[in-house]
Design a binder for this molecule. Structure first.
Ligand code: FEO
Ligand code: CA
Ligand code: CA
Ligand code: CA
Length: 754
């Protein structure tokens, strides 16, 4: 029997956090008494007083920073809001246009044929084609001599992630699976290639014409996408695909340890490939960070067979990361395997007899779940997995403020329900002379630092808990997991964060740092009643409601998500404490304002399930919000919104009364000032069944790039009639394709603002 694999949702997060971390309600009394602000009156009025004090206290500490901050004048939004819709198209405000720049299957090497998009394209050719499910990305300006040129707005290297796949559209009639086994090795090979990262040279038309005749750039023979002002260069020597077969170095404290030993690398120094690359990050030295998110599901580990062969510690680790199942794409089932275990390397069961794991892939999951550094300007360099940043479901790695003489900081979300927000702080202070240091600079700043996890307190404060062996309960006598050393802590960062007492969040996704204020924003995309029942609402995750679909179907929990933000104490990114509030709550504009639509959203700016989040650097103060939504899709496709935020503490203390049947939970929280249509507007609505994700701009702010991920992924395709969930971007009877689009303004002005 042959069956087609249905299109898959890529967001296969699993709640694997069974820790008994204290809730905010538990810690409120100790926190309040420590501050000695209240005496036995933990009511709303008392919290309101604290809330009122909070921003003031923060600004008193921030004298130096605030003086500079308030000099800054925010930009103003300058476009008409786009209406919600369910069209199979990209909708933009008047006076804006988009062009498709780089879509699934596009060839990026000489002599690779155009994409047929019918499932018959040669599997090996995908080593030189655009991958699937475009996600996080960054534009690096490219100089005349192939150098990093931060100000170049006409020519650049676009680095982008290919998070996952929609197998139905990659093969003639979906993936061939017979009795749970992948029987067509070439289909699997194609899937190996379409995951990972693209580095692709792009240029404006006029720049391409000029360079075409230059002997230095004789490779210019641009791939022609008619009508596109921007195009990628099919033959550029910078073009590169990094995928699940690319050899990578393991770097930092967990490299070359017993936890990383595999048959492929008996000394634990390297691994093959990267997978489920979701959001991204950058460094101040011109390299790209790709982040391995929901990687665990790719491994095959039949728990009932494997568990008896594992130690208690291994079992605790495997359970906490959710490494148990048949493997989401069944890659390990291909037979016969190759000599170098191309397929069997995805089998994480203990199959060999060695003590150290050098004869199988039992430790292979330990080589995934990292932030990976890539130097796009050195096409032959091996990417490095930076283990000092911890192993979890990395959504992204958002660079904090970069200041000479101060440590570098990256903020990171762990995208699964009930997971945490982390930050990494380099031990070395930033030296601007390392600005073109490439991967060697990465060795200096990304292999040597401290990892922290966030605890949000109910009084509007918070603290960073250090994840270092011997501290915060992360010890050999920890009851849940007996930590051995710092490598063990980093490989099992989730368990270390449990031990330290981190705050479980409603599924952390992207972080973004305000380029002027240094405040940090994080999307908490959504959660459901099973993962976070009403009894577990807290100040930082304060809503539980029923967001009924227009069909009348219940959606309980926090299906619309929210965006939290925090200001580090004294404005220092390496501070150990912070103040927070909730910037924005996702909701239908028609929902009750006291309990659900707490941010007062209107028809012009209501949204659900924020995911991508990114501050323009060219236009400081302009924030972009992208949605990955399943809850509001009865009304609208996913979208991109533009916002001009205020600052932490600019709103008010609010009490939300959550009701579910006979249960009532009242929570006091801190809600940012309502933005109104003036400061929050819908800028774009994507085609059917897509996610809007990934965002970057040219340094002049006049070209915006975003990704349309997996249009049509929810509908089972009918290949006989070419009935698909979407036909975007090619239209007609075509299969849908994930793609990068370029957005420009007719008058050539800055995107989104006046
Ligand atoms: Fe890949 Fe968290 O979205
Ligand atoms: Ca997705
Ligand atoms: Ca995401
Ligand atoms: Ca998501």
């Amino acid at each position: 029997m042959t069956d087609s694999q249905l299109p898959q949702c890529s967001d296969d997060d699993a709640d694997t956090n069974s820790s008994n971390n204290i809730t905010l309600t538990d810690v409120v009394h100790s926190r309040l008494s420590r501050r000695q602000v209240l005496s036995g009156t933990a009511g709303t009025a008392a919290l309101a007083m604290l809330g009122g004090l909070m921003p003031q206290a923060a600004s008193a500490r921030n004298t130096d920073l605030d003086a500079r901050l308030f000099e800054h004048r925010s930009p103003r939004l300058g476009f008409d809001p786009v209406a919600k819709n369910r069209d199979d198209a990209v909708a933009l405000p008047p006076d804006y246009r988009y062009d498709v720049l780089y879509a699934l299957g596009d060839p990026i090497a000489k002599s690779v044929p155009d994409y047929r998009n019918d499932g018959t394209d040669d599997a090996a050719s995908f080593a030189h084609r655009a991958g699937d499910h475009h996600d996080g990305m960054h534009y690096f300006g490219l100089g005349k001599y192939g150098n990093y040129s931060p100000k170049s707005s006409d020519r650049g290297l676009l680095c982008l992630n290919h998070e996952a796949i929609t197998p139905a559209y990659l093969h003639p009639t979906g993936a061939t699976i017979v009795d749970g086994v992948r029987t067509v090795a070439d289909e699997v090979l194609k899937e190996f290639y379409v995951h990972g990262v693209s580095v692709v040279e792009i240029a404006k038309e006029r720049d391409r014409q000029r360079n075409k005749w230059s002997s230095a750039y004789s490779y210019f023979n641009a791939h022609d996408r008619r009508g596109t002002e921007w195009a990628y260069e099919q033959n550029s020597p910078f073009n590169r695909r990094i995928h699940t077969l690319t050899e990578m170095k393991l770097s930092g404290p967990a490299a070359r340890t017993s936890l990383m030993v595999t048959k492929f690398s008996p000394d634990g120094s390297k691994t093959r490939g990267t997978v489920n690359n979701c959001a991204n990050g950058i460094t101040p030295w011109g390299t790209y960070l790709t982040c391995e998110e929901n990687w665990a599901g790719y491994f095959r580990r039949v728990a009932a067979t494997d568990n008896p062969n594992r130690t208690a510690k291994e079992l605790a680790s495997l359970a906490r990361y959710g490494v148990a199942g048949t493997g989401r794409e069944l890659w390990a089932t291909v037979t016969p395997d190759t000599d170098d275990n191309l397929y069997g390397r995805w089998n994480a069961m203990k199959l060999g007899s060695s003590e150290d794991g050098s004869d199988d892939y039992r430790h292979a999951p330990n080589t995934y779940g990292w932030v990976v550094e890539i130097d796009p300007f050195k096409p032959h360099s091996a990417p490095k997995k930076r283990t000092a940043l911890g192993r979890f479901g990395h959504e992204g790695a958002c660079l904090g403020p970069v200041k000479a003489g101060e440590p570098l900081v990256w903020y990171m979300g762990d995208d699964s329900r009930n997971e945490y927000i982390y930050k990494y702080v380099s031990n070395e202070p930033w030296n601007p002379r390392d600005a073109d240091g490439g991967l060697a600079a990465g060795d200096k700043y990304l292999d040597d630092g401290k990892l922290y996890v966030a605890q949000f307190l109910p009084d509007g404060g918070g603290q960073w808990l250090e994840l270092t062996f011997g501290l915060n309960g992360i010890t050999a006598d920890n009851a849940a997991y007996a930590f051995a050393d710092q490598a063990d802590v980093l490989v099992n960062a989730r368990l270390a964060a449990d031990a330290a007492g981190a705050t479980k969040m409603d599924r952390p996704e992207w972080g973004a740092v305000h380029p002027k204020r240094g405040e940090v924003y994080f999307t908490l995309t959504n959660t459901n009643a099973t993962a976070r029942p009403i009894a577990r609402v807290d100040a930082a995750n304060p809503r539980f409601y029923n967001d009924k679909r227009t069909t009348g179907a219940d959606q309980k929990g926090n299906p619309n998500g929210h965006i939290i933000r925090f200001a580090e104490d004294a404005g220092y990114a390496d501070a150990l404490s912070f103040s927070w509030d909730i910037f924005l709550f996702g909701a239908r504009s028609t929902a009750d304002e006291a309990t659900v639509n707490v941010s007062g959203l209107s028809d012009d700016n209501d949204f659900s399930s924020p995911d991508g989040l990114w501050f323009s650097r060219a236009n400081p103060g302009l924030l972009w919000i992208e949605t990955d939504d399943g809850a509001y899709t009865d009304v609208t496709n996913c979208m991109l919104l533009a916002a001009i935020p205020g600052q932490v503490g600019d709103g008010e203390v609010t009490t939300i009364t959550n009701v579910d049947g006979s249960s009532t939970q009242t929570v006091t929280t801190y809600v940012g000032k309502h933005l109104g249509e003036r400061n929050l507007r819908r800028f774009l609505v994507g085609p059917k069944e897509c996610e809007i994700t990934g965002i970057t701009e040219t340094p002049d702010g006049r070209t915006l790039f975003i990704n349309i991920q997996h249009p049509g992924e929810d509908t089972t395709p009918n290949f006989a009639t070419s009935a698909f969930g979407s036909h975007w971007p090619d239209g007609g009877a075509a299969r849908p394709r994930s793609a990068t689009i370029v957005i420009t303004r007719d008058d050539g002005g800055a995107i989104g603002i006046e």
